[in-house]
Design a protein around this ligand. Structure first.
Ligand code: SF4
Length: 367
């Protein structure tokens, strides 16, 4: 008699994204000077960026000022319209504009909680109004109390009749988050939510976001210039430079083994209590103008590893390990780099280069 075969363990099914941006590109038309004769030029804000957000996970978008990270959040929120690419909710393209059902499910939390709350209205007004508009509950007062408790403003009676100026910065940001929860949001797009708060209360807001991810299975986009806080909070980190994604990986992996020289630069500049020496900023310098971005790899004027091909050809996004991609020629086989350089010089379409033992990755395949 043979023993019954035990079931073969299977990998957990991948969680379907709730909100996706595919191949998003956005240009802004800006004036080069003042006056009616001023010329208009194209600012390359975001090019070919794909991001997906899954329930119960935080995705951080990290980069310096002007890297395009806030534009990505606004594109995902449909506050601005992409020039190309699309936004999908539950796998379905979202119609033009910002439909009310979409606006309810996808909420933004802004950098400055004081500016995002009306100073002449009490907390009750800020929370009751969206509950009424979206017909969330018949018992509006109970719903307001409930949502205040969910952001740890407890007891609610202590906060509900206060004006924004009577709250601390951290409490104001909690009210802003409560306003998003009040309409039963499934996605939070948090744009630098702690950068204007005192250092002492930043951790509390990060822990609240982590709690909402775990307890309420929210899908959260965390936009920040601070890679250390991204590592603390996020499950996945997407690094942007000059409007493009340069690296993406699970957060611990990315911060322990950064593959792109720009990520290495960001990490070398991050505060580290264990470091006795000042940080060595390999590749320091300023980000490029997005009115006329550098040719090839946009990081090449700052990169300590720059090669000739970097100045000529945009690097492909390459798998450097499972779920870890980097757009850098360093991770492409030298022989394939030469083929690409020759192809570019002759004007032929180059083959897609790959890293040793890896496969090429298009932006839409990532995540
Ligand atoms: Fe540096 Fe070249 Fe990699 Fe760009 S592609 S980050 S210039 S090595």
């Amino acid at each position: 008699m043979t023993a019954a075969a035990s079931p073969i363990p299977t990998a957990p099914a991948a969680v379907a994204p709730v909100l996706e941006g595919r191949d998003l590109t956005k240009y802004f038309s800006v004036k080069t000077s003042r006056g009616i004769l001023a010329r208009r030029v194209k600012l390359h804000a975001v090019e070919g960026v794909s991001v997906s957000l899954t329930p119960g996970a935080v995705t951080a978008v990290v980069g310096e000022s002007g890297s395009g990270k806030t534009t990505v959040a606004r594109l995902l929120a449909k506050i601005i319209t992409p020039d190309s690419g699309e936004v999908l909710l539950d796998g379905e393209p979202v119609p033009r504009g910002r439909p009310r059902a979409f606006a309810r499910q996808v909420q933004m939390v802004f950098q400055d909680p004081f500016a995002s709350l009306n100073p002449v209205h009490r907390v009750r007004y800020h929370l009751a109004r969206p509950i009424r508009i979206h017909h969330i509950s018949q018992d509006v007062d109970a719903a307001v109390d409930d949502v205040l408790r969910r952001v740890s403003l407890d007891p609610p009676s202590q906060y509900v009749d206060k004006f924004p100026h009577e709250l601390s910065g951290g409490q104001r940001q909690r009210v802003a988050i409560a306003r998003a929860l009040a309409v039963q949001a499934r996605v939070l797009l948090a744009d630098e939510p702690i950068s204007m708060l005192d250092v002492s209360i930043r951790l509390g807001v990060l822990n609240l976001l982590a709690d909402l991810r775990d307890r309420e299975r929210l899908a959260i986009l965390y936009v920040t210039h601070d890679i250390a806080s991204a590592r603390y909070l996020a499950d996945t980190i997407v690094v942007m430079y000059a409007g493009q994604v340069v690296e993406r990986a699970p957060s611990v992996r990315l911060t322990d083994e950064p593959a792109h020289p720009y990520t290495q630069l960001l990490l070398s500049a991050a505060p580290d209590p264990d470091r006795s020496e000042p940080p060595s900023l390999a590749g320091s310098g300023a980000p490029p103008s997005l009115l006329d971005p550098p040719s090839g790899c946009r990081f090449h004027p700052r990169c300590p590893h720059v090669m000739e091909i970097c100045r000529q050809q945009e690097p492909p996004s390459v798998d450097v390990s499972p779920r870890h991609t980097a757009a850098c020629w360093l991770h492409v086989e030298p022989a394939q780099r030469r083929v690409s350089a020759v192809s570019a010089a002759s004007g032929a379409e180059p083959g897609t280069p790959t890293a040793p033992g890896s496969s090429p990755t298009s932006p839409s395949q990532e995540d």
